[in-house]
Structures are given as C-alpha cells and as structure tokens.
Design a binder for this molecule. Structure first.
Ligand SMILES: Cc1ncc(COP(=O)(O)O)c(C=O)c1O
Length: 438
C-alpha cells in the first residue's frame, strides 16, 4: 500500500505546533535545551566587518563603490557581488561547479526563508516537495499557506536506525508524479547523519533518470562534522557524465557553523536555468524582507576571512559537550542500575537524541497509564523545569521515546537539565510496570 509510505501533512503540522512551536510560547521558567543556537561566537571577522561598515556609512556619499546609503531601500546589487564571490568559493571547495556566480547565487533571509520560497515556487508549478523523515521540519510551518505542497515520507523502522532509504524514496517518486523535489538535510538535524557518497550517487541516478526532479540540499551544518566523516555535497556528484549541479539547489547559511544566527543570511546556489525555472531571483528582488546589504557584506567578509582553525576549534568544543552529555547519561544509568537512557550516536550537528528506553512500559509519577509517547516524557520534564523537543516533532515514531537535546548549550544548563532527567528516571524506573496504553 503506497499510502503507508506517507504521513499526512496536517497531522505533522499539528505535532509541530503542539510539541515544538508551543515551547517558544510557554512562559514557565525552565532550562532551555530545545533552542537552535550554537554556543561558540562568530569569528572576529564579523565584528571587524561591522566596524568597517559603520565607518563607510558615516562617510558622506560620494557616489563611489564604497558608499553605504542607509536611507535607501535598494542596493546597487540584489546579491552583493562580494557575497556571490565568497559563496562560490565556499561551494567550489566542496567540488560544486559554480560557473558564473552572479547568475548562480541568490541570497535570502536565512536558509529557512529560502526553503519556504522554494515551497511556494513548487506549489505554483503544481508540484510537491518530498521530505524524507526524520528531518528538520520547521519549514513545514509555512506549508499551509502554500497549500501543503509537501509529501512526508515515513521514516524506516528503528531496526534501520531510521536512516533514509533510497528504495523508499524511489517508490515515493514513482508513485506520486507530482513530486518535483527531494529535500535533503546533510548533515542531518536532528539525526546528525552525514550522507555517504554512495547514497548521494544512488540518489543522483534516481534524480537524473526523472527529467523534472531536483534536489534541495540544506547543508547548513556542513562544517560541524564531529566524527571526521567525509562530507559529500549533493551538487558535486555526477552519474555517467551527468552532473547533479544542473538538478540541485544548494542551501547554506551562517547561523550555525559561523555562529551568526542574527545576521539572517542564507544563500542558494544552482545552475542558472534551474534558478530561472523557479523564479527565485524575482522572489528575492520584490520582497522588502530581502536581506540587508549590511548583513550580506558582513557574511562575505566572514566567509572570506575565517580560517579553517575556527571550525576545528568549534568542533573540539562541541565534541567536549557531547562527551559531557554522555557522561551525565552514564551517571543516570549507573544510579538506576539499568540502561534507562541511551544517547543515539551522532556524527554531526549540534543536537543529541536521547532514547528513553527505561520509560517503556512504566508509569510516570502522576500517571495511571504507561508512557507510550515521547511527548508525555517531554511534558513531565517540562513540569520539572527542563524543556526538550520530542523526536516526533521531526517525524520519529512517538513510541520510540526519543527527545532532542541541544548539545551546544551552556555547560551549567546541560548539567542541571540532565540532573532533572536523572530525577525523573529514578522515579520512573522504581515505578511498577503496567500494560502499555493502546
Ligand atoms: C537544517 C536546518 N536548516 C536551517 C536552519 C535555520 O537556518 P537559518 O537560520 O539560516 O534560517 C536550521 C536551524 O535549526 C536547521 O537545523
């Protein structure tokens, strides 16, 4: 039954609102382990560029190339040439064959805005975007306005580690001809999975065999690979001489790996014909929410002037935080004498998935029925003062009892939050086993 392959978008939407978006609106004091920030501040090039720009804005306009005219909406260029060049260099280092950066790079208010713009463009063309789950589902918040132009592919079972499965993607594409794009997040959030070159080559074959199919590759965590896994860019792959660059829209941003979430800069790069096909240039041009020239110029300076050592040191810092999380979880398990909490291995990114196996078949402190959903555990933890996102908000089956924890949090928050998890775990493991709720 092909419908077994999909999850209904409105069901996912409901989960997203109830289990993730609601956390932002909740005013209770709590330790925030659900945020999306990174911990390491941006490289010094960011503040230096802002100072230089302040000087340029303060100097009287002479009509020269250095003018920064704060009173004008329009900038001389839609995409600052310095940012187009810096982006092209960034992508070429990963083997993505950008040819003419002024025609192949566009900029948006973050990767999220570009993703939403793409959803609208696919909807306009009468097509849908396939999101293999689990994935970063936040862009789906904008799917209703676009008429839900999405197909959500159910995750594979726990036996397969919920990894994306090419055969299921193929079945979806062949069952629903409206699928016009496949949305990849590589490295993944929250899975931390780094897609292998073999997977991406297989995907390339599938995509290139379907004339109208494209890939949207969100590579915002590209520099945050923690275990040394090799990174392959989807747009750098080819199959039998056919380049995926012609069929891939690569999205990158500075919010994560450059610590610049406030800048609100995302870039999209694709072959010229592909960008034209989806009218993305006009989307950005006519939108007064287009990114400011100031943000663009800071982003360009940061991309140009940041040495590799910045990424190496952030990776070291995040590895240390992952070790801290594993040590705290070990301590919880030792205290209860069983492996009640597991840290799912992760290769990249800023999140850890915790699997609360010890909660299965047991009641919470105040409940009459056994835990059967990750949301119940998240709610009980929230009542105790620590907030995490249930895995079901990303498409994991809720009965897997997974919670996503932001590892790039202050150490004190990690320790205090995990201490509260330890407290709840002790009470739950001591409670009698009861039959699981239906
Ligand atoms: C996979 C992924 N893409 C994009 C974003 C957000 O990107 P931006 O801040 O550039 O909109 C996030 C934030 O958590 C993310 O996890």
């Amino acid at each position: 039954m092909p419908d077994d392959l999909l999850i209904a978008p409105d069901a996912m939407q409901r989960l997203l609102h109830e289990r993730w978006v609601a956390l932002y609106a909740d005013q209770r004091p709590r330790i925030d382990l659900f945020h999306g920030d990174v911990l390491v501040p941006p490289p010094p090039a960011a503040a230096a560029a802002l100072r230089e720009l302040a000087d340029r804005a303060a100097a009287p306009g002479r009509g020269g190339p250095d003018d920064l005219e704060l009173h004008r909406y329009r900038s001389p260029h839609l995409v600052a040439p310095a940012l187009a060049t810096a982006t092209a260099g960034w992508l070429r280092r990963d083997g993505i064959p950008v040819v003419n950066e002024t025609r192949e790079v566009i900029v948006g208010v973050g990767v999220t805005q570009l993703t939403v713009a793409l959803l609208h463009e696919f909807a306009r063309a009468g097509r849908t975007v396939l999101f293999p789950l689990p994935t970063y589902t936040y862009p789906l918040l904008a799917a209703p306005q676009a008429g839900h132009p999405v197909r959500l592919l159910r995750p594979t079972g726990a036996h397969a580690g919920h990894r994306w499965d090419l055969e299921r993607i193929r079945r979806a594409v062949e069952t629903w001809p409206d699928i016009g794009a496949i949305f990849l997040v590589n490295p993944g959030n929250p899975s931390g999975e780094v897609l292998s070159a073999e997977f991406l080559r297989g995907l390339a074959r599938l995509v290139l065999d379907h004339p109208d199919l494209v890939v949207i590759a969100d590579e915002i965590y590209r520099e945050m690979i923690l275990d040394g896994s090799p990174f392959t860019a989807a747009a750098a792959v080819s199959d039998a001489g056919r380049a995926m660059y012609a069929r891939t829209i690569t999205l990158r941003g500075l919010a994560k790996c450059y610590g610049l979430a406030k800048l609100r800069i995302g870039v999209a790069a694709a072959a010229e014909e592909l960008l034209d096909r989806f009218s993305l240039r006009s989307f950005v041009w006519f939108n007064t929410a287009a990114p400011s020239e100031i943000d663009q110029l800071v982003a360009a300076a940061v991309l140009d002037r940041t040495p590799e050592s910045y990424h190496r040191s952030t990776v070291r810092a995040y590895r240390r935080l992952f070790r801290l999380v594993r040590a705290e979880v070990d301590r919880i398990n030792r205290a209860v004498g069983v492996e009640a909490v597991q840290v799912v291995p992760s290769a990249a990114g800023s999140f850890a998935l915790l699997r609360l196996t010890g909660f299965r078949g047991r009641t919470g402190p105040d409940a009459a029925t056994a835990y059967h959903s990750d949301a119940q555990i998240a709610a009980d933890l929230h009542d105790r003062g620590v907030a995490l996102v249930p895995g079901s908000a990303f498409g994991y089956p809720q009965e897997e009892l997974l919670l996503r924890l932001t590892v790039t949090s202050p150490e004190a928050d990690l320790r205090a939050g995990l201490a509260l998890l330890g407290e709840l775990t002790r009470e739950v493991v001591a409670a009698p086993r009861v039959p699981a709720a239906p």
